[in-house]
Design a protein around this ligand. Structure first.
Ligand SMILES: C=C(O[C@H]1C=CC=C(C(=O)O)[C@@H]1O)C(=O)O
Length: 340
């Protein structure tokens, strides 16, 4: 928690603290500087009871939203078929009632439901209140090791023993893997790409590939951020053309949705030999610089008592707009489930 209300930003990510960065990297990233913050531990009862407040507004028909989103999806598909883009991630915003749950209640609900997610509640009086349960690591830096993932392709859980992925999902995820491995080539070495696996995020499944590499001596954190964000998991490919399409055609501002958030340049003391209890031990410990960023997905902004849920999906030449719409509806459930 920051001790005062001051709004700090970062341009080059050289400070230590917690970052909250927007989708549009030409805009400022918010920084909670470590030196101005205090840390508190919140006990979250694992036996937490779910508070089912029924709310009629949850079933608000989304006909108008649906038509304009389907039109956007069709436009995206035709851009791809015209050869202007390979992939574009198109999104929308949906409004729901929050009921009488406090932000902390919402956080606890998310935390106890989504064990594999990075669950957060972030607030600054001059920026707003955001919560989410994201399955997507942007990247992690531990000393000179870089770990990142390529996450894309979605289906709902039906039968875990019979998971089938179509070419559409395999292609949309491969675009992300290829982009990441290509982008980190100038900044890292020994790039290791894992097999692609199926992972669970709430009631959804995604395709995921892990990518590890060693960071070059002259690489700065800012280089890695500029190289990776936004990946084609949330923007598209090629990056600039898909970003321009998104900015010109999505009829709302993404703000911090599909941005990233997390710990920036925190120090971690590592004891090389934890069995040694003598003074010598100190001589064997080293301090590692840690950064840990997650993509801001499956998230909502709380504004004037309403929950604004942000959601999108990757569009390729094989996308069927009606199915892509359904995918966004399924993704909103990660958040809608805790508002009920
Ligand atoms: C853009 C979103 O998800 C991304 C992450 C995983 C799977 C995705 C997909 O299948 O389209 C998206 O690339 C979102 O949840 O709003």
């Amino acid at each position: 928690m920051q001790k005062d209300k001051e709004l700090h930003t970062t341009d080059n990510y050289s400070e230590s603290g917690f970052v909250f960065a927007p989708f549009d990297s030409t805009e400022k990233s918010i920084l909670l500087p470590e030196k101005d913050c205090t840390q508190h531990i919140l006990e979250v009862d694992s036996e937490l009871k779910f508070n089912f407040v029924t709310n009629s507004n949850l079933e608000t028909p989304l006909v108008v939203d649906k038509k304009s989103h389907i039109d956007l999806l069709k436009k995206g598909v035709s851009q791809i078929k015209d050869g202007k883009l390979d992939k574009v991630v198109l999104s929308r915003k949906e409004e729901h009632e929050v009921g009488d749950m406090s932000p902390l209640d919402l956080f606890k609900q998310l935390y106890s439901r989504y064990k594999n997610a990075m669950v957060y509640c972030w607030y600054h009086p001059m920026v707003g209140l955001w919560l989410g349960a994201t399955p997507e690591l942007l990247f992690k830096v531990e000393g000179r090791q870089l770990t990142t993932i390529s996450l894309a392709g979605t289906q709902t859980i039906n039968n875990l023993n019979q998971i089938k992925w179509t070419n559409k999902e395999l292609e949309e995820q491969k675009i992300v893997t290829d982009y990441i491995t290509n982008q980190i080539q100038d900044y890292t070495s020994n790039i290791n790409v894992s097999e692609t696996e199926t992972v669970r995020a709430g009631d959804l499944l995604h395709l995921k590939t892990r990518i590890k590499s060693s960071i070059n001596k002259d690489t700065r954190l800012n280089d890695i951020i500029r190289a990776l964000h936004p990946t084609p998991a949330v923007c598209g490919f090629p990056k600039e053309a898909s970003k321009a399409f998104i900015t010109q055609n999505e009829n709302y501002k993404r703000a911090y949705y599909t941005g990233f958030l997390g710990e920036l340049n925190l120090k971690q003391i590592q004891n090389r030999n934890s069995n040694r209890r003598n003074v010598e031990n100190n001589a064997y410990s080293s301090i590692k610089n840690i950064s840990n960023f997650y993509v801001n997905l499956r998230c909502m902004q709380i504004k004037q008592g309403k929950a604004l849920i942000y959601v999108g999906g990757g569009i390729t030449k094989d996308s069927e707009p009606e199915k892509e719409w359904d995918e966004t509806v399924n993704k909103t459930k990660t958040i809608v489930n805790v508002l009920k």
